[in-house]
Design a protein around this ligand. Sequence first.
Ligand SMILES: [Zn+2]
Ligand SMILES: [Zn+2]
Length: 79
Amino acid sequence: MKSPKSILALVVLALLSTGLAFAGDDKKESKAAGCCARAEAKGEKCGHGCCAEAAKDGNNCEKCKGSGKIEKKEEAKKH
Ligand SMILES: [Zn+2]
Ligand SMILES: [Zn+2]
């Protein structure tokens, strides 16, 4: 016999797990735009105006297929 309480617990668990899944989707993956990644590989800065504008805000250029925030490399050096 299933008690109403255990069914309620299952519903709450289901709601919590979907909530967590949504929270996970909200966090964008940090991905540099292809043009910026190529320029960086050569030790240069991407010449696109759209990329420069996005970089001012610390973002990867979404117009050039980038996403999320620019990962700061200085932080890795501290370790
Ligand atoms: Zn670029
Ligand atoms: Zn761009």
